[in-house]
Design a protein around this ligand. Structure first.
Ligand SMILES: N[C@@H](CCC(=O)N[C@@H](CS)C(=O)NCC(=O)O)C(=O)O
Length: 215
């Protein structure tokens, strides 16, 4: 992809939001320099000069910096012109936008909070899990997992037979299913779907990284 020169991705080892961007990079075969920061450095003035939110991922393309994982994924797929990964028709675009919004504010907001409380806090020595936050996250997952279950009953991927960037977004916490307290057994279509994304060569490549620590 010669029209997107000198790409750099700021991320943290194990960041689920970084991982979904890395999946798109791997899927598209892009050459990107991956800059892994320490989680503890994200609040520093030096990093906030890169992203005032103090968060990863951040894409840097020459003078341009882009934050928000889903926007970065859209940008990369659009620049690469991959219409299977990021469909160009109005309905395909709308479906990708819908699922990427849904995962960010509903499904993975709950799943991410659970992963943060149970997995990240002990690893980062941030104190014990907050039982109220854990319970709220479980309530959120119990509300939104059935939505995904109903949708995935007759589909392989979110938009149908073909994997898109929306799948990398929705599935990004899939590896936390076995290490966080939520019963996924009532959701066989969700499990089959997340296993399907997990089994892709791209996902295996980007998730074969250090253990998840930054949520
Ligand atoms: N909406 C942002 C969320 C990014 C985010 O939550 N990143 C986490 C790592 S996965 C982070 O940087 N956390 C540091 C913090 O919250 O201080 C995106 O999608 O990029």
């Amino acid at each position: 992809m010669s029209n997107v020169p000198m790409l750099k991705l700021h991320t943290v080892a194990g960041s689920p939001n970084g991982r979904k961007v890395e999946a798109v990079i791997a899927h598209l075969g892009l050459k990107v320099e991956i800059l892994r920061h320490d989680f503890g450095d994200l609040a520093s003035p030096a990093f906030k000069a890169i992203n005032p939110n103090g968060m990863v991922p951040v894409l840097a393309v020459e003078g341009y910096r882009l934050t928000e994982s889903n926007a970065i994924m859209q940008y990369l797929a659009e620049m690469a012109g991959d219409e299977r990964l990021y469909p160009r028709d109005a309905r395909g675009r709308a479906e990708v936008a819908r699922w990427q919004a849904w995962e960010l504010v509903h499904f993975n907001r709950a799943f991410g909070a659970l992963a943060f409380e149970i997995v990240a806090k002990p690893l980062l020595k941030l104190g014990p899990a907050d039982p109220v936050a854990v319970a709220e996250a479980q309530v959120g997952l119990a509300r939104f997992a059935p939505v995904l279950e109903a949708h995935m009953k007759d589909r392989s991927f979110l938009l149908g037979d073909n994997l898109t960037i929306a799948d990398y977004s929705v599935a990004t916490f899939e590896s936390y299913r076995t290490i966080t307290p939520f019963d996924w057994s009532p959701f066989p279509a969700v499990n089959a779907y997340l296993d399907r994304v997990h089994a892709t060569e791209v996902w295996r490549r980007v998730s074969a990284k250090p253990e998840p620590v930054a949520v």
